[in-house]
Write a protein that binds this ligand. Structure first.
Ligand code: TZP
Ligand code: MG
Length: 228
């Protein structure tokens, strides 16, 4: 794949731009009958800026060809693909980055494997974890759960939008809020200082994921306009 340092700067700039639109996690277990590719296609058509391939049950080997296809689709739509958990899938697929939780590979080790060009997102659920993730070299923070969620059984107690404001004061890298986000609460999430908003059930469990993404994108755009 073609890579140079210009590419690396623009990848982070592309992230900031992509985060203006919904960040959609393709959890197919919550979306009966739809594949990761179906969900990604619908979300991109509805205006998603970032797709995160997330499958807790599928091996890295099986995820690589899916990631390759979604990476092409995302690129064609001007969006970004992040792979959850699996550093090696990123290397093999041309995805833009990886998202790491606290029980995944350490951020520094992932950076060594992936180099400076690749985006690394890190989960945090407190100010201290966000500060540590930034210090370790994360490019953005996935912060949550903000509201209660049934999509991640071990997500912990909802923190509320107050945590977004606290993390905003503590770190300068982009904050992507997650956990129970919907078109109805996205305004307060962005006003609290989040740069982006990640959704699972609001998109993947909707009857029409494309229309659901479009509604979320429009709610986000309304808030951005109001903030200008
Ligand atoms: N991390 C923190 S909460 C969460 C993850 C993956 C689940 C978010 O799902 P939903 O359906 O948008 O609440
Ligand atoms: Mg993880």
């Amino acid at each position: 794949m073609h890579m140079n340092s210009e590419h690396s700067i623009s990848r982070r700039e592309r992230l900031i731009r992509a985060l203006q639109a919904p960040y959609v996690l393709t959890d197919s277990s919550l979306s009966p009958g739809r594949s990761h590719i179906d969900i990604a296609r619908a979300a991109l058509a509805g205006g998603a800026g970032v797709i995160q391939l997330r499958d807790k049950g599928l091996s890295a080997e099986s995820q690589a060809p899916i990631a390759r296809e979604i990476a092409c689709m995302a690129r064609a739509a001007g969006g970004i693909l992040i792979v959850n958990d699996h550093v090696d899938v990123v290397r093999d697929s041309g995805a833009d980055g990886v998202h790491l939780g606290r029980s995944d590979m350490a951020i520094g080790a992932a950076r060594d494997r992936l180099g400076p060009e690749t985006l690394i997102g890190a989960s945090a659920s407190s100010v201290d974890e966000a500060v540590a993730a930034k210090r370790d070299g994360a490019d953005y923070i996935g912060l949550g759960p903000i509201f209660s969620t049934s999509s991640k059984p071990d997500a912990g107690a909802p923190a509320g939008v107050q945590l977004i404001a606290e993390v905003r004061r503590a770190v300068r890298i982009p904050i992507v809020a997650i956990g129970g986000l919907t078109a109805d609460n996205i305004g307060e999430v962005l006003r609290a200082g989040a740069d982006g908003a990640a959704f699972i059930s609001a998109v993947v469990s909707a009857d029409d994921p494309e229309a659901a993404t479009r509604r979320l994108a429009s709610a986000m755009a309304d808030t951005h306009k109001e903030q200008q």
